[in-house]
Design a binder for this molecule. Sequence first.
Ligand code: HEC
Ligand code: HEC
Ligand code: HEC
Ligand code: HEC
Length: 252
Amino acid sequence: MAAPPPAVAVGCLACHAPHYASDGGCVDCHRGDARASRPALAHHRLLGGAAAAWGLPASPVLTRAAALRDSLGCRRCHVTGGKGERLAIALDTVVWARTQAELRQALMRPALAMPDFGLGATGADTLVAALLRDGDRFGGASRYQVRFRAGSEDSLQAFARLCGGCHQALTGEGRQGVGTAGPNLSGLLGTFYPAAADSAWNPERLERWLRNPRAMRAGATMPPVALKPGDLDVVLRALALPPPATPAVPGR
Ligand code: HEC
Ligand code: HEC
Ligand code: HEC
Ligand code: HEC
């Protein structure tokens, strides 16, 4: 009696050893095409490295990713995991539509109005794991387009004159300022700007800061700003945020 021929490994297992088998199939975490036998096709839209950790039930990568997302303040401009300001594209709606290379590129060589966080490939992939975990895999999240109000000239001019030489900010009126000496102020007065809970920014705190940064932070390198009456109000108007997302429930 001839023994049955040995099973021929197909798909990913033709070339790779299995792992994390109890957490799903290869393409659940990595995407790719399990019907293909040539690597270039099998690896179609592959997620590799830290980015694949999005699919692990509990992974230190995801803990690190969430901490990085919050310390860099991604949500002061983007919605991810349903939370964030609407100053730039909602990451939930696009992250699954992109390739890993596109996402790396977006993070490592950011668009004009996005700060350069100096991320390398590993940092970018780590963030991508969190974005994928929180994003809408099947594209059902409500979509919105970012629309900037036509600028109210006085607030923009005040920001440009008083702050814009050292700071930039994406605001409800578009990108403001050209400076790089100070941090990007996008979303300063919102919930997602990276600041300790007991020192979140509000108009009063900002006014005290502008009058004398060193009184609030020893060794601060920002010089005091001489504010004329009305200046603070127009700067606050320039930094105002678009209204939060309204729930997409029909009939409301
Ligand atoms: C014909 C052999 C072959 C098949 C089939 C194949 N791979 Fe690969 N895979 C490779 C080789 C060789 C490498 C290492 C070189 C490279 O990255 O292309 C690799 C690398 C990888 C990596 C690491 C890449 C990274 O960026 O970290 C992952 C993840 C991966 N494969 C997943 C898969 C999955 C999932 C499938 C099935 C959908 C699959 N592979 C099918 C040969 C294959
Ligand atoms: C639950 C999610 C998950 C599943 C399921 C999964 N992987 Fe992975 N894979 C990962 C993660 C995360 C990594 C990154 C390194 C690590 O954590 O081990 C990875 C890394 C890899 C690598 C790169 C190897 C390395 O050590 O650098 C290959 C190749 C790979 N996986 C292939 C596969 C194949 C083939 C299958 C199906 C048998 C599979 N994976 C199933 C999450 C998964
Ligand atoms: C100051 C605002 C701002 C901050 C902060 C910011 N981004 Fe962005 N980001 C943008 C803008 C602007 C774009 C270009 C797309 C657009 O106009 O909405 C963009 C694009 C992206 C894209 C590409 C989107 C696509 O369509 O493919 C990704 C991914 C992304 N950002 C991730 C992040 C992550 C992760 C963080 C935190 C580390 C972050 N961003 C922080 C403003 C910001
Ligand atoms: C001459 C350059 C300069 C000008 C002009 C300037 N800033 Fe700054 N700003 C800085 C620098 C540098 C820092 C970093 C301070 C530090 O921590 O050492 C900073 C920090 C800040 C911070 C603290 C941010 C944080 O994350 O802790 C706020 C808020 C701020 N500036 C608001 C403003 C506003 C609003 C204006 C205009 C009214 C303005 N700045 C004008 C240089 C400037």
